[in-house]
Design a protein around this ligand. Structure first.
Ligand SMILES: O=C(O)[C@@H](O)[C@@H](O)[C@H](O)[C@H](O)CO
Ligand SMILES: [Mg+2]
Length: 403
């Protein structure tokens, strides 16, 4: 059996911070896991280095489930984004090791391919409606079948999802949080016009998505969902903060627009009521923040009982290690819905060489044993950690709000 002999955390910043765990075994096989928590990276790095790694040394790397339970139950203080991102990194690295030793890609270990590839969605954003639609056309020309639309809102200096960059979106900047201002009324007036014009320009074959980013109350979300019904969205994401899972009952009463939520979830408990009451259509929990492949499988299996599909988070702050793990999971999971794919920069891709590829709107993890991704430590060492924060958001009267 492959014994864990060492493990270490590598923090690198090729344009943005990433935290990677590398676990090495006595058989010379190693595995990597993503541990990146945007804006709180060093908390997870310390949780791994100072508390988890000492407990891993000497263990059988093949005992993925037992190690998962040990780290979850053994911590006493269960759940939370820091704990579950640390457990996720260990889990991904152990699946990587198991696949490398078996000589199989992880998706084969998870039950083999259930589809040709994972449908992904692009991210068209612009300062106004016409620029957003122009970006969306570029994604269609690249063969994408699904595109998320986020545009600037008239009367607001900035808003979520609009960066001014053509293809990369990176919200974490600055050594202190940037402050932005928000107006729900300006936003609610603007979004239906965006999708009305988008459907005219892009047609009805492309799946269109939108991320509200936690900024509405349930009844406002119900109103927006109803206003968007004529445009047949693939999903309306994070319509309202999901701590109160029951709040989604109100949205459901008012609209048939499909709902997606969960990128900030870190365990099955965050989604249990939403899934069991069929209050959502897609669960966005992701491999790096929800306990790794082992726990994400549990969430997907519960969701499958209620016809809820996966729609895993895949923003630039999830490293290519997460993308590789997500695609191995997504290729095999029966109730796959869609995978978010916010492309990384060339510098990031160079630090994390990977086997996954995109063709005609579908991504495939490749056939390399393990997760099919690596970390170039020499290159990673050239990019020093640089503290960065996600923005904070206030209402126009200064009230602290949701970003
Ligand atoms: O759907 C998404 O990708 C967004 O919600 C993310 O851009 C999110 O804002 C970032 O991942 C936060 O770090
Ligand atoms: Mg989102």
């Amino acid at each position: 059996m492959p014994r864990i002999i060492s493990a270490r955390v590598i923090v690198t910043c090729p344009g943005r911070n990433f935290v990677t765990l590398k676990i090495e075994t006595d058989q010379g096989v190693y595995g990597v896991g993503d541990a990146t928590l945007n804006g709180r990276e060093l908390a997870v790095a310390s949780y791994l280095t100072d508390h988890v790694i000492p407990c891993l040394i000497g263990r059988d790397a093949h005992t993925i489930e037992d190690i998962w339970q040990y780290l979850y139950k053994g911590a006493y203080w269960r759940r939370g984004p820091v704990t579950m991102s640390a457990i996720a990194a260990v889990d991904m690295a152990l699946w990587d090791i198991k696949g490398k030793i078996a000589g199989l890609p992880v998706w084969q270990l998870l039950g083999g391919a259930s589809r040709e590839g994972c449908m992904v969605y692009g991210h068209a954003n612009g300062s106004d409606i016409s620029e957003t639609i122009e970006r969306a056309h570029e994604y269609l020309e690249q063969g994408y079948k699904a595109v998320r639309l986020q545009s600037g809102v008239p009367g607001l200096a900035a808003t979520y999802g609009v960066s001014g960059e053509r293809f990369y979106y990176e919200p974490a900047k600055g050594s202190l949080p940037e402050e932005t201002l928000w107006s729900t009324s300006k936003y609610m007036r603007h979004v239906p016009e965006l999708f009305d014009k988008a459907r005219d320009a892009l047609g009805w074959d492309v799946h269109l998505l939108h991320d509200v980013h936690h900024r509405l109350t349930p009844i406002e979300a119900g109103r927006l969902g109803k206003d968007l019904e004529p445009y047949r969205l693939f999903w309306l994401e994070d319509a309202t903060p999901a701590e109160n899972q029951a709040g989604f009952r109100l949205i459901r009463q008012h609209t048939t627009t499909p709902l997606a939520v969960g990128e900030i979830f870190n365990s099955i408990w965050d989604a249990k009521q939403l899934i069991e009451e069929q209050l959502i259509d897609y669960v966005r929990a992701t491999v790096v923040h929800a306990g790794g492949i082992t726990h994400l499988r549990r969430i997907a299996a519960l969701a499958d009982l209620y016809q809820v599909r996966t729609g895993c988070h895949g923003a630039t702050d999830l490293s290519p290690v997460s993308m590789a793990a997500a695609l191995n999971f997504g290729l095999s999971v029966p109730n796959f819905g869609i995978q978010e794919y916010m492309r990384h920069t060339p510098e990031t891709d160079a630090v994390f060489p990977h086997a996954y590829s995109l063709s005609n709107g579908l991504m495939h993890p490749g056939d390399k044993p393990g997760l099919g991704v690596d970390l170039d430590e020499a290159l990673a060492a050239q990019y020093e950690y640089k503290r960065a924060y996600l923005p904070v958001n206030r209402l126009e009267d200064g009230t602290m709000f949701n970003w």
